[in-house]
Design a protein around this ligand. Structure first.
Ligand code: CA
Length: 288
């Protein structure tokens, strides 16, 4: 391959289709190599809270802890794995800022249509991001947990706290999202470049009133009302005791899910929807 051909390939990077043609159809040698770097962020909703203006019913929500282990970040194309994360990292997304997950260097330059990651039960080998301490990991291990969230909801003089442990295990796969206004499936490695991908965690989803994100609004009143013993702490057991059909404020939409009957079922189902890609981008969520 001539140097001039490499240069012409690089200059075509703005169009994914051209890159694919460039790397597979030029008939010459390698198209170079580059990196894919993964970070994660819980956005302002987890760091700073969800303001009342975002909810339908005047409640506002703040988180004091939001523990998420991210593991098995994988870059592949047509079933061939190019790189996969060894182990995982535990984060507390109440800690400020975008946090590093893993970087893969020296990958052959091409488009990788399959990027996936997992949020599964914590294992002792998890690395600790600076946002967490060993005690956070030990808590997840003791509870067999894949997620732990803790916070408070407030409306006027009323307030409730919650501390919910989930053991749902989820693979987020076939991730895609927008880059400079264009949809990109997976990752694109360019010669000498670094495709920086944020695995974005959407904390507000726990308060959706519909399992179909496009129809969902944020509500807390039915959860506040679920505090049956009136101690100010809304537990998952109390959410389990609330049948969705009995919620007076309006329907909770379950879409095609047939096994979601209580508020507890509902939030466990939503715990499989937190993982996103490059901000608002989507992945397919698969229960493990
Ligand atoms: Ca209670």
């Amino acid at each position: 391959m001539s140097v001039s051909r490499v240069v012409s390939c690089v200059s075509a990077l703005s169009a994914l289709a051209l890159v694919a043609g460039c790397t597979s159809g030029s008939g010459g040698g390698p198209a170079g190599s580059g990196a894919v770097s993964f970070s994660t962020w819980g956005e302002e909703y987890i760091e700073q809270g969800i303001p009342a203006a975002e909810l339908e019913d005047g409640w506002s929500i703040t988180f004091s802890r939001f523990l998420v282990p991210i593991s098995a970040v994988t870059v592949a194309d047509q079933g061939a794995v190019a790189a996969t994360q060894a182990g995982g990292v535990l984060f507390d997304h109440v800690g400020a800022g975008v946090k590093g997950v893993v970087s893969f260097e020296a990958l052959p330059a091409k488009a990788y249509g399959e990027v996936s990651f997992e949020i599964v039960r914590a294992s002792a080998g998890l690395s600790l991001d600076p946002s967490v301490e060993q005690a956070d990991l030990e808590q997840l291990l003791a509870d067999g947990a894949s997620l732990y969230i803790e916070g408070a909801a407030t409306k006027g003089a009323e307030s409730k706290v919650f501390a919910w442990t989930f053991s749902t295990e989820t693979r987020y796969e076939q991730c895609g999202g927008e880059v400079n206004g264009q949809e990109r499936e997976g990752a694109l490695v360019t010669n000498g470049g670094d495709d920086e991908i944020e695995l974005t965690i959407h904390g507000d989803h726990f308060f959706y009133d519909d399992l179909q994100a496009s129809a969902a609004r944020l509500r807390f009143q039915p959860m506040a009302d679920a505090d049956a013993d009136g101690d100010g702490d809304v537990t998952l057991d109390e959410l389990d005791a609330v049948d969705l059909v009995d919620i007076a404020e309006g329907s909770y939409g379950t879409g095609s899910a047939s096994d979601v009957n209580t508020l507890g079922d509902f939030v466990r189902h939503l715990s499989r929807t937190l993982g996103h890609f490059r901000g608002e981008g989507e992945c397919l969520s698969r229960a493990l």
